[in-house]
Design a protein around this ligand. Structure first.
Ligand code: ADP
Length: 264
């Protein structure tokens, strides 16, 4: 009887531990999914009120015009900047939540990457000029690729914007695109080089982490939340490519992306 009881007890304990471990793992997985869904939904819901807020600020700016009280002008400019910052943050959170759930995929279509890269650099030129940064670009005369044009431009913007942001006045940023075919395998190399503040050896392994920033105190000045490189890495990984950084504090950084390309 005792052996029988011990066996029943043992079987019960085994079943209980199995049940508990299932109970413990299922809610954890669900909690993660729920959190991801919450982030995706919350950022989506925030988009409309934010754009309404932005339109209202712009309407007020138009209404008050150039002769408005300097205090009012300053307050409105400050409000606009904050709304822009939150809008960017919600867009970035939505991108990451979507890619975590596997909802985000690349849309491979043929496009002229030379033209796209030139338009990105032209768009960011005013940012560079405001800091007297000399921005150069080297791109082949002919560069047609089959890739996701929107994501490619997003990737270029993220890397070039960072190069400008983290380079002091008077510096230089060089963007190079190369189309290389080795043993029949075509690939694209994107290199964004700056001679800016560089990245410390401690920060280097962490800069692609979400919300990681080398200098947290600068969020207000540089307008970032530490999500840009996480998104850049995510885009590169969706295209089965690699991204790496070489950097020396005080000397500058070079970000290199390699992406496999389908031949056209
Ligand atoms: P953010 O720029 O919004 O802070 P990112 O994810 O784009 O976020 O970058 C993470 C961190 O990596 C930055 O805060 C900065 O410390 C560092 N970093 C990124 N690009 C550069 C660069 N070109 N030069 C120096 N530091 C950089």
């Amino acid at each position: 009887l005792l052996v029988g009881l011990a066996l029943v007890f043992f079987a019960l304990a085994l079943w209980l531990s199995h049940y508990m471990s299932r109970k413990a793992t299922i809610p954890v997985a669900n909690a993660y999914d729920r959190q991801r869904e919450f982030v995706a939904d919350a950022s989506h819901e925030l988009r409309t009120p934010l754009s309404v807020l932005m339109t209202s600020i712009e309407a007020l700016q138009l209404e008050t015009g150039t002769e408005s009280d300097p205090f009012v002008t300053r307050v409105l400019d400050g409000m606009k900047e904050e709304v822009q910052l939150i809008t960017k943050l919600t867009g970035n959170l939505m991108h990451l939540a979507r890619s975590d759930s596997g909802d985000s995929v690349l849309e491979y279509l043929p496009f002229d990457l030379r033209e796209a890269a030139i338009s990105v650099v032209d768009k960011l030129q005013p940012l560079a000029r405001a800091k007297e940064i000399n921005m150069e670009m080297h791109v082949p005369d002919e560069l047609r690729v089959i890739w996701d044009a929107e994501k490619m431009m997003q990737l270029l913007v993220l890397l070039i914007e960072n190069a400008i942001k983290y380079t002091p006045t008077g510096g230089a940023v060089v963007v190079t695109l190369a189309d290389i075919t080795v043993k029949g395998e075509r690939s694209l190399t994107i290199e964004v080089r700056d001679n800016g503040i560089g990245i410390s050896p401690e920060a280097l392994p962490r800069i692609f982490d979400r919300f990681y920033r080398q200098d947290k105190a600068r969020t207000r000045q540089t307008g970032g939340h530490g999500l840009g490189l996480a998104i850049a890495k995510n885009i590169v990984e969706m295209g089965r490519g690699t991204i790496r950084v070489d950097s020396k504090e005080g000397e500058g950084s070079t970000f290199t992306v390699r992406l496999p390309l389908a031949g056209e």
